[in-house]
Ligand binder design. Structure first.
Ligand code: NDP
Length: 620
C-alpha cells in the first residue's frame, strides 16, 4: 500500500490518510507473535473431531499387493483431472489412493449446510463438455459439485481403480527396479512406475488453540466434518436437530458466511464469534438458462476459463464472458490504472490504492445498507485493502444479523478467549452453548508430504522434506531432481494460483499426462528432472519475484500473509511464481510440448520401444 498522501480528488468522498491510519490500527489490534502456531492440529484428544462422518465406521478390507503404471495420491479435482488426462492419452493402468470414502476431495469433506462454490460453475466444474453435466445455477451448490466429481469417476471408469478410506504412509523410490514402493495405512503394497501426488494443499482442518477447548462438554465439530446426525437435515438445510439449541459459530470467513444464514434459521439462538470481518459483496446467483448452455460451441469451457483468468488478471479483453463481481472488481484493480484522469493521481500505485479504497468503501457501505443495528453493522465492516483477505460474496450473510435470534460477538480482533464446560467465555461474559461449530479454516499451502502426512523418499534415502527443508527446489513446483518419476500437482510452492483453482489444475494435469504417457509409450524406465532445469526455475523464481512484503505487512493478519508474521518464511503469495498464472500456464503448456527432451535425464527400459523420431539423451 503506497501511503504518501494523495491529493483528495473530488470524485472520492473519503480521506485516504484517515483510511490508512484506520487500516493500520485494525491490523495492530490483531498482530500476534505466535503466527501459525496459534492453531492446533486435530490430533490427540481432538482427533475425534476429524473422523470421517460420511462413512460407516469399521470398514476393513484385505491389503492390496499390486504393480501399476501410475499411482495417484488423492481423488479430488487434481487427481481426477490427472486420471482423466492419462486415460485420454491411453494410459489405463492407474490406481488412486484416497483418504475419503469417495471422490471429491474438498467437495467430499465440505458438505456443510449452504456449501457452494463462489466461482462460476461453468468454469469451476471441469470437463463439463466431456461428461455432460449441466450445472443448475451460475454458482453451484456443493452437493452438485460433489455429484460432478462422482460422475467424473464413473465416466472415466475410475471407481474400480480407487482405494478409498486409505492413506499413503510412505512412497520410497527403488532405483534398481525403477519403481515407487507405496505403503498405505491398510497394509497395501503398491509398486508404481509413476506417482502423481495430488493430495491437496488446503485440506487439513485447523482449530485455534483456545484455552479450555478440550473441556467443552457439549457437541463440537469443524465445518469440514459436519455431523448431520446431530443437526438433522442436509447441505440444503432443514436442520431440525438444532431446534431449541444454542449454537456458536467460531469464525467469519468463506465457510462461516455460507453456514450462518442456514444455522440461524434452525437454531434457537446463534452466536457468531468474529475476530475479523470479511469483505462480503453481492452474489447475484441465478439459474442456468438451458438454451444458452445448450447453444455453447465446442471447446467453449476452456475458452471461458481462459477468458476469466485473463480478465481478472487485468488483461484488456474485448469480452468479459463470466461478467460477475470477480471480473468487474479484479479487472479494475489489476488492470492498468487510469492514472491522472477521472480524479485519480498520476502515480499508478497511488491511483490503484485510491481504487482499492473506493472498492472497500463500497463493501463497507453495503454492510450499512443491509444490517439494521448500527453497532452490529459497524462491527461487520472490514478495514483492510481488498487483496489482504479473500473477497467473499453472499446475499444472505449480512441479512442474518437482522434476525432476533442471531448475535454477533465481536472479539475486536482478539478471537475467542476461553471455552468452558458449557459455554464460550468472552470479555467477562459466558455465552452458554450446546454446539460449537468451528469455521476456522485449514492449514494453507502445506507441502505435499505435510498435506498427505506421508514420507516421500527419493534417491539415496533423501526425503522431499529434507530436500525442501531450507527452501523449495523444483521444476514448476511439479517435479524435483532426485525424485524420479514423481509429479506433484495442486501445490502452491513454485507453482501458481488463479482465482479459479481449475485454471491451474487443468494445465498441470495436461503436463503430467504428457510426461507420463510419453515415458510409457517410449518405454522410458526412469525420467528425472535435471539439476540444471531445477536451477533454471530457481532463477526464474528469483527474476520474477514480486516483493509484496510491504503490502502484506500492512494487511490485517490471515493465511494470505502468514498470520502477519514475517518470520514464518515466504507467504502464500510470495511462494508462487511471480510471473503470474497466465505466464505459468504458458510455461506448463510449453513444457508439455518440449520439456521432456530438454529437461529430463532419461533412462530407457530394457526393451526400448520406438522413440517416435526423438532421440534419447541425457540432460545436463
Ligand atoms: P478461513 O481461514 O477463511 O476463515 C477462518 C475464520 O476463522 C476467520 O474468520 C478467522 O478470523 C477465524 N478465526 C480463527 N481463529 C479464531 C479465533 N481464535 N476466534 C475467532 N475466530 C477465529 O477458513 P474457511 O473455512 O472459511 O475458508 C477457507 C478457504 O476455503 C477460503 O479462504 C477459500 O479459499 C475456501 N473456500 C472457498 C469457498 C468458495 O466458495 N469457493 C467457500 C468456502 C471456503 P481471522 O480472519 O481473524 O483470521
Amino acid at each position: 500500500m503506497s501511503q504518501t498522501n494523495p491529493t483528495q480528488p473530488e470524485r472520492f468522498d473519503f480521506h485516504p490518510a484517515e483510511l490508512h491510519s484506520k487500516y493500520l490500527l485494525e491490523r495492530d489490534k490483531r498482530l500476534r507473535t505466535d503466527g501459525n502456531a496459534q492453531y492446533v492440529d486435530m490430533t490427540g484428544s481432538l482427533e475425534e473431531l476429524v473422523h470421517d462422518p460420511y462413512v460407516e465406521p469399521g470398514f476393513s478390507r484385505a491389503p492390496v499387493v499390486r504393480e501399476v503404471d501410475v499411482a495417484i495420491f488423492g481423488g479430488g479435482f487434481a487427481g481426477l483431472l490427472s486420471a482423466a488426462e492419462l486415460k485420454r492419452l491411453g494410459v489405463e493402468d492407474l490406481l488412486i489412493v484416497e483418504q475419503g470414502g469417495d471422490f471429491g476431495g474438498t467437495w467430499y469433506w465440505n458438505r456443510y449446510p449452504g456449501v457452494r462454490c463462489d466461482i462460476e460453475s461453468y468454469i469451476y466444474l471441469p470437463l463439463l463438455e466431456e461428461v455432460g453435466t449441466v450445472p443448475s445455477e451460475k454458482y453451484a451448490h456443493g452437493a452438485e459439485i460433489f455429484a460432478h466429481c462422482q460422475r467424473l469417476g464413473q465416466h472415466f471408469r475410475l471407481y474400480d481403480q480407487a482405494l478409498f478410506q486409505t492413506s499413503v504412509k510412505n512412497a520410497v523410490w527403488d532405483d534398481d527396479a525403477g519403481r515407487w514402493l507405496v505403503e498405505t495405512d491398510r497394509g497395501d503394497q503398491i509398486r508404481a512406475r509413476f506417482v502423481v501426488a495430488a493430495n491437496g494443499s488446503m485440506h487439513l482442518p485447523k482449530l485455534p488453540g483456545i484455552p479450555g477447548l478440550e473441556t467443552f462438554e457439549g457437541k463440537a465439530f469443524h465445518t469440514s466434518r459436519w455431523d448431520y446426525r446431530y443437526t438433522g437435515g442436509d447441505s440444503g438445510g432443514n436442520l431440525t436437530g438444532l431446534a431449541g439449541k444454542r449454537v456458536a459459530i467460531v469464525g467469519s470467513g468463506a465457510t462461516a458466511i455460507q453456514i450462518t444464514p442456514i444455522v440461524a434459521e434452525w437454531a434457537e439462538h446463534l452466536y457468531v464469534f468474529q475476530r475479523t470481518p470479511s469483505g462480503v459483496d453481492a452474489r447475484n446467483n441465478r439459474n442456468t438458462d438451458p438454451a444458452w448452455f445448450g447453444g455453447q460451441p465446442a471447446g467453449w469451457q476452456r475458452r471461458r476459463m481462459d477468458n476469466f483468468l485473463s480478465v481478472v488478471m487485468g488483461v484488456q479483453e474485448i469480452d468479459d464472458m463470466v461478467d460477475d463481481r470477480w471480473t468487474s472488481v479484479w479487472s479494475r484493480l489489476n488492470g492498468p490504472a487510469p492514472t491522472g484522469s477521472d480524479g485519480l493521481p498520476s502515480d499508478p500505485d497511488l491511483a490503484r490504492q485510491m481504487l482499492d479504497y473506493e472498492t472497500m468503501e463500497g463493501v463497507r457501505a453495503r454492510v450499512g445498507s443491509i444490517v439494521s443495528d448500527p453497532k452490529t453493522a459497524e462491527a461487520l465492516k472490514p478495514w483492510y485493502n481488498f487483496f489482504c483477505k479473500r473477497p467473499l460474496y453472499s446475499d444472505t450473510y449480512l441479512q442474518a444479523f437482522n434476525r432476533r435470534n442471531v448475535t454477533l460477538v465481536d472479539t475486536h480482533g482478539k478471537g475467542v478467549e476461553r471455552v468452558k464446560e458449557t459455554a464460550i467465555h468472552h470479555a467477562g461474559e459466558d455465552f452458554p452453548v450446546d454446539l460449537i461449530i468451528f469455521a476456522t479454516g485449514f492449514r494453507t499451502g502445506s507441502y505435499v508430504f505435510d498435506g498427505g502426512r506421508y514420507r516421500i523418499v527419493g534417491r539415496d534415502g533423501l526425503t522431499l522434506g529434507e530436500k525442501w527443508a531450507s527452501g523449495v527446489r523444483s521444476l514448476h513446483g511439479i517435479q524435483a531432481h532426485q525424485f524420479p518419476n514423481l509429479f506433484i500437482i495442486g501445490g502452491y510452492a513454485q507453482a501458481s494460483a488463479g482465482i479459479n483453482y481449475q485454471n491451474i489444475a487443468a494445465p498441470q494435469a495436461d503436463y503430467v499426462g504428457a510426461a507420463i504417457s510419453t515415458a510409457l509409450s517410449n518405454n522410458y524406465k526412469v525420467i528425472e528432472v535435471s539439476k540444471s532445469a531445477e536451477d533454471r526455475w530457481a532463477q526464474a523464481m528469483i527474476d520474477k519475484h514480486m516483493d509484496r512484503s510491504k503490502f502484506e505487512s500492512e494487511c490485517t493478519p490471515g493465511y494470505y500473509n502468514n498470520e502477519g508474521s514475517a518470520k514464518e518464511g515466504p507467504s502464500l503469495w510470495s511462494s508462487l511464481y511471480g510471473g503470474g498464472p497466465l505466464e505459468y500456464i504458458e510455461v506448463c503448456r510449453e513444457w508439455s510440448r518440449n520439456g521432456m527432451h530438454r529437461d529430463m535425464i532419461i533412462t530407457p527400459g530394457e526393451a526400448p520401444a520406438a522413440v517416435g523420431g526423438l532421440s534419447i539423451q541425457s540432460a545436463g
